[in-house]
Write a protein that binds this ligand. Structure first.
Ligand code: BTN
Length: 328
């Protein structure tokens, strides 16, 4: 654990009670002067840390910018997802950075955030807009023991994690549109892009990219996106703390991913179904040049969507672009 992660974790755990320089110095194995230097550096990054003669150091406020050390300080010690968290001020796509880490043999659970992406990408080859400092744009390296055909389970797990974290942090309950769009009514607030490095029978690694329009002003987005996008700030009428939401998503993801590894997909799938706005609706799905229409009936054990077509047959859909009829 880096010194800054240790200091921020101790400050957060102590809350308004504060933590003494002597105890920080002891835990870190350094002098009190060295602790002071780190505190000064954190202040330069925008952390409001008071030095009180009675209480020691008290964390009064945190900056809007994301910091890897701080995000790690807010996560449980025994986690897999978020064992390492890096924040870039700008990158092409956070999925590109994770791909590189995967090729370098880095262990699963590494997370990369960017304050903005110059070539953010969405599903179906679409562009993903990532305005600076107002959203959460991040990717996670996974090495799941799943067959490639079960990869949809990962998108189901991620969608549930994002929906639960949004609910926990804001009290709002978004819907999930199959497989992994997070929606308020007809407007999208978050999307998930899963890219696989796979052989025929084995996933070597999966890059899970998540984009959440947290404090984005929809007016900043290009006209074609503006009509179908929203943000948490637009829905709530107030700014949402990005670091707090980011750690809530990573905690949920860590918990659900471990349950998936323990063979507990059923319960996660049940929560997905409760949150899903697609089931029971008429849908049109474009899969390349193919078009499937029918009624979305259920999710199977691998996370695929089962659609009853107009001919009465069941089509098993593992990917594609879904249009669903509006709620009655
Ligand atoms: C979609 O709904 O089309 C998926 C959008 C995924 C966007 C995220 S932002 C972080 C990561 N990096 C990318 O380039 N894309 C994903």
């Amino acid at each position: 654990m880096s010194p800054d992660t240790m200091i921020l974790r101790a400050l957060r755990e102590a809350g308004l009670g504060g933590v003494s320089g002597a105890s920080l110095a002891k835990d870190l194995g350094v002098s009190r002067a060295a602790v002071w230097n780190r505190i000064e550096e954190l202040r330069r990054h925008g952390y409001d840390i008071e030095a009180s003669p009675h209480l020691g150091y008290v964390l009064r406020g945190s900056p809007n910018a994301l910091h890897g050390d701080d995000l790690m300080a807010r996560l449980p010690r025994n986690r897999v997802i978020g064992r390492d968290v890096r924040v870039f001020s700008e990158t092409t796509s956070t999925n590109d950075i994770i791909e590189k880490l995967a090729r370098d043999g880095v262990a699963e659970g590494s997370v990369v955030f960017a304050e903005t992406q110059t070539r953010g990408r969405g599903r179906m080859g679409r562009q993903w807009h990532s305005p600076t400092g107002s959203g959460l744009w991040f990717s996670v390296l996974l090495r799941p023991r799943l067959r490639p055909s079960a990869a949809t389970q990962l998108t189901v797990v991620s969608a549930v994690a994002v929906a639960r974290a949004i609910e926990r942090e804001t009290g709002l309950r978004p819907d999930i549109k199959w497989p992994n769009d997070i929606m308020f009514g007809q407007k999208k607030v978050a999307g998930i892009l899963l890219e696989l490095g796979a052989e025929l029978d084995r996933i070597r690694h999966a890059t899970l990219g998540i984009g959440i329009d947290v404090n984005v002003d929809p007016a900043e987005l290009p006209p074609e996106v503006r009509e179908v996008a929203t943000s948490l700030r637009a829905e709530l009428g107030r700014v949402v703390d990005r670091a707090s939401l980011a750690t809530a998503v990573l905690r949920e993801l860590d918990h659900l991913y471990q349950r998936l590894g323990d063979g507990d997909f059923h319960e996660i799938g049940d929560d997905w179904m409760r949150r899903c706005s697609t089931l029971g609706r008429r849908v049109v799905i474009h899969i390349g040049d193919r078009r499937v229409t029918g009624r979305a009936e259920a999710l199977d054990d691998e996370g695929a969507l089962l659609v009853r077509t107009e001919f009465g047959t069941i089509e098993r859909i593992i990917g594609g672009d879904v249009t669903q009829e509006k709620a009655p």
